[in-house]
Design a protein around this ligand. Sequence first.
Ligand code: GLC
Length: 553
Amino acid sequence: MTELEQFAAPGSEWWRSAVIYQIYPRSFADASGDGIGDLPGITGRLDALQELGIDAIWLSPFMTSPQKDAGYDVADYRDVDPIFGTLADFDEMLAQAHARGIRVIVDLVPNHSSDQHAWFQEALKAGPGSRERARYVFRDGRGENGELPPNNWESVFGGGMWQRVTEADGTPGQWYLHIFDATQPDFDWTNEEVKEEFRSILRFWLDRGVDGFRVDVAHGMVKEAGLPDYAPVADADSMGGGEENVPYWGQDGVHDIYRDWHQVMAEYDGDRALCGEAWLPTLKKTALWVRPDEMHQTFNFPYMMTEWDAAKIRDIIRESLDEFGKVGAPSTWVLSNHDVIRHASRLALTADSPQGDGIGPLSAGKPDPSAGLSRARAATTAMLALPGSSYLYQGEELGLPEAMEIPDEFRQDPTWFRTNGERYGRDGCRVPIPWESGAPAFGFNTTGDSWLPQPGEWATFARDVEQADATSTLNLYKELLRLRRERDLGIGSLVWEDLGEQTVAFRRGDLHVAVNLGDAPLELGDDVTFVVQSQPFDGTALPTDHATWYTKG
Ligand code: GLC
């Protein structure tokens, strides 16, 4: 039996219960020393991930890209961008991960390409009505001379969703659609060539041995026919969560694409998996992405975005298990990723901060760092006891907070530029992570360069410091992951327990899990034996913002 086989629970596909660690390649580890992380950097640090005890890694995009949206603008889907290395570096990383029993999921960006993609460049040259333009969403403008965009849609990153082109003869021409930045033109997913191209891209990476794909913007690929006007409601989430009937989010037609891809995945051995990034208004709708013949997993963003409130957390867990259960899919769980404020800060914000706005030097409601870290550790302690698959984001195992003081001149997120600094965007969760407290760039590389500046206080979060501290966040994660595997917590069901309104409490077999979100300590009784504490505490009363796994009797 290979190591990979041992990790899969018998009779159950690996992705049903896996803990999947998101690597944001530009900020994980930088072997070349140019200040941007790379694939050889990842390979060099795989031992640390094996020690952590995760089952799989998901890599944010490393394909050829002008990096206008940190790689989510792909110019060549079948090659590695030189800043990250080469295809040979990828193969080596994959082989080394597999040798350690770690599966590898890569990010696929099918909603849009980079404007530098050969197809888009051909489309610009070919002109209106051409086969080349039909691969993207080109339309004539409104107004007497086509000077107005085809509709009123607004980009997720701010500003309009249409960009006008200059035709080959120098005249102002058609407009193309871009849900995100103007450098990210949307494909037309009614086009057969686009469909065939992506089947082939899937096969390219599956043939290389990847275990699955995280599918970017899996709720946006199909637009409502006729592209009708639509204005988002004021408090709507920029990625579509919370809004019903948006003409570019969650259209029924996307499901045909995933049914098609499901077949492609099934041609391969080893339970290859699709995980959709779909921001949808309800869990009921989210579950449609993981019906038996579609994707295997989808991120649970409603859970991620739930505030620190016991009743709301209980409800969202219950609803997640229900709704995913109805379609025979595992629920997934996630608290942080490269698009949201790190949960060690987010869970203690005292002002609203919608997804994508980020938090910066002038933001209101900045979190208290110690409350944030307590809540983050407690939240993760609960999450890793839940049945289903969990996603971790690099650096959360160190308890990293959001970097909130990045000077303006370093900012890179297109959101910052497209809103003239009104929204800080997502740079604060993307800062290169610390490995060694005393080394240049905290061990991110050996030169000290870093594409975003690392806060000085991150020395205390460095992996070597935490490794040596039995009570560190890193050692908590390791213990949770070890016990989760030992007790097979990723599969099965839970039994709710009632320990009061301000508590989230449930049982997994003889293991009790409790999180105290109230103001007062919660007495658990004399007969408790603590298996894990989210942070060390004395006695038998669970303090505020703490969680524990325990047995009784
Ligand atoms: C997804 C990615 C995000 C990116 C966007 C456009 O939401 O997670 O980082 O900016 O898609 O590709």
